[in-house]
Design a protein around this ligand. Structure first.
Ligand SMILES: *[C@@H]1O[C@H](CO)[C@@H](O)[C@H](O)[C@H]1NC(C)=O
Ligand SMILES: *[C@@H]1O[C@H](CO)[C@@H](O)[C@H](O)[C@H]1NC(C)=O
Length: 449
């Protein structure tokens, strides 16, 4: 019986398409359980019982103006289902469709048995610089808007919340024309500010989050460069009202937080998860999510570069997938494509002048007969985004966006899911496009699907 049932299971499994594995792929188009692109930018995360909630900005209309605060649920932080909208526009208020609602964060208020959402509440030109507060009896709401105001009369733009223990919560915010970063304690209801507890003068910080680890507070934040990424920083203190350390990097400066900006930082055992946004201002709804493991292995929090990774929420651990690398310079180049040399490139070489008649085919790429993740490592020194066509075994081409890498020969990777047959495949890049693609350094092929 045992033998028979495992035989049957194996036979069935080989006939069914492989199920999606629960992997996080930073920068991929992340879809929900209905197959729609997840619209939850500038998001916040909350766990209630065994369910995770993700609140964020719905930017499907590709505009900065308010459309909805979405609400998604998940049991594993990877597979998300969209629920009802948590907050929707109310005309004639600060949350109308002509206003700005950004960075929604929801926490639970024990005193009133109520969920409280705080968000950056602004006019369309970001001149009002307020925080907004809304409340609900369940995590997805719908929330009822209470008010928007300047905390203690001062400006507040990019913000976050931090709950320290069950009852005390703090607003973390960019104030005074984004010059001074402030931390203020909320009142017992979480409807207002009780008192300012700290300020980091002249720090020009925004997009904050805090992880408390072994009694130490780690503040994560970006600097202010509009929608463009910058190297996000961390600071430490033994008390929220104490003196913060000077800033330090969470990753290599050149990659500018892997082209992302912090939105939330979640403890994961003795590790953490950095959750960031890869903003695309010209097409806001196509802004992607960059989630990466945060490790304290060196004693301080550092991002772990990962194309494909997974979580074990119970163990509080993460696992970064390894794949097989294929150097672009070993491929077959054609047209205007040519080999470039730089110590920044893997193997010292890359292929440039791709697109506009230049293309490259990498042969003998081993597949497992599935839709597999492939990461393209590239350099794009432009100030604008590029893209490349990708075609497998002469099939229809897909286009992959290549965000600018900020100059020099800085390398970033972008993921694409490709249908590879079992055994050898040929993958062609940048054929048939009349714009230049980025320089291709290498690809890494993963068996994860
Ligand atoms: C994802 O979640 C949906 C809805 O909760 C569930 O039906 C589905 O089996 C889940 N998929 C995976 C791979 O966990
Ligand atoms: C690729 O980039 C070019 C140049 O920026 C742009 O005109 C084109 O629309 C892009 N293609 C896709 C499919 O995004």
């Amino acid at each position: 019986m045992m033998v028979l049932s495992s035989y049957v299971l194996l036979a069935v499994a080989s006939l069914l398409p492989l199920a999606h594995s629960a992997v996080i792929v930073p920068g991929a188009t992340w879809t929900d359980t209905s197959g729609n692109v997840i619209q939850a930018h500038g998001g916040g995360f909350l766990k209630v019982g065994s369910t995770w909630y993700w609140h964020g900005e719905d930017k499907a209309h590709n505009s900065a103006l308010f459309r909805a605060v979405s609400c998604y649920t998940s049991s594993d932080l990877v597979n998300w289902s969209r629920q009802n909208d948590a907050l929707t526009p109310v005309s004639g208020t600060m949350i109308s469709t002509s206003n700005i609602v950004e960075r929604p964060k929801v926490i639970f208020n024990q005193k009133n048995n109520e969920y409280v959402m705080w968000f950056h509440s602004d006019s369309s030109n970001y001149g009002a610089a307020q925080v907004g507060v809304a409340t609900a009896k369940s995590p997805c709401g719908p929330f009822t808007f209470r008010s928007s105001f300047k905390p203690l009369g001062a400006e507040s733009r990019d913000m976050g919340l931090f709950q320290d223990g069950a009852r005390t919560a703090y607003l973390l915010y960019a104030s005074d024309n984004n010059q001074n970063f402030k931390i203020s304690r909320l009142d017992a209801d979480y409807y207002n500010i009780a008192a300012q507890v700290n300020t980091i003068p002249g720090s020009t910080l925004e997009a904050p989050g805090i992880i408390k680890r072994n009694g130490v507070y780690y503040l994560f934040a970006s600097h202010t460069s509009g929608w463009d990424p910058n190297p996000n920083k961390f600071f430490t203190a033994n008390s929220l009202s104490g003196t913060w350390s000077s800033q330090a990097d969470i990753g290599p400066q050149a990659v500018r937080t892997y082209f992302s900006q912090n939105t939330f930082d979640l403890p994961l055992g003795q590790n953490g998860i950095y959750m960031g946004d890869r903003w695309r201002p010209s097409l806001l709804g196509s802004s992607r999510y960059i989630w990466l493991p945060l490790t304290w292995a060196s004693g301080k929090p550092q991002l772990v570069q990962a194309d494909v990774w997974s979580l074990d929420l119970n163990a509080g651990t993460y696992s970064v997938a390894s794949g097989t690398s294929y150097e672009a310079e070993n491929g077959a180049i054609s047209g205007s494509a040519s080999i470039l040399s730089s110590s920044s490139f893997s193997g010292g070489r890359a292929v440039g002048w791709l697109g506009n008649g230049g293309s490259i085919t990498i042969n003998n790429v081993q597949g497992i007969g599935a839709n597999q993740w492939v990461a393209l490592y590239y350099a794009n020194g432009d100030s604008s985004w590029r893209n490349t066509t990708v075609s497998v075994n002469g099939g229809a081409a897909v286009s992959v966006d290549q965000p600018n890498t900020g100059g020099g020969n800085v390398i970033l990777s972008v993921p694409v899911k490709l249908n590879l047959r079992s055994g050898a495949n040929s993958i062609t890049f940048s054929a048939g496009q009349s714009n230049y693609a980025a320089d291709l350094d290498k690809i890494i092929v993963y068996t994860q699907t």
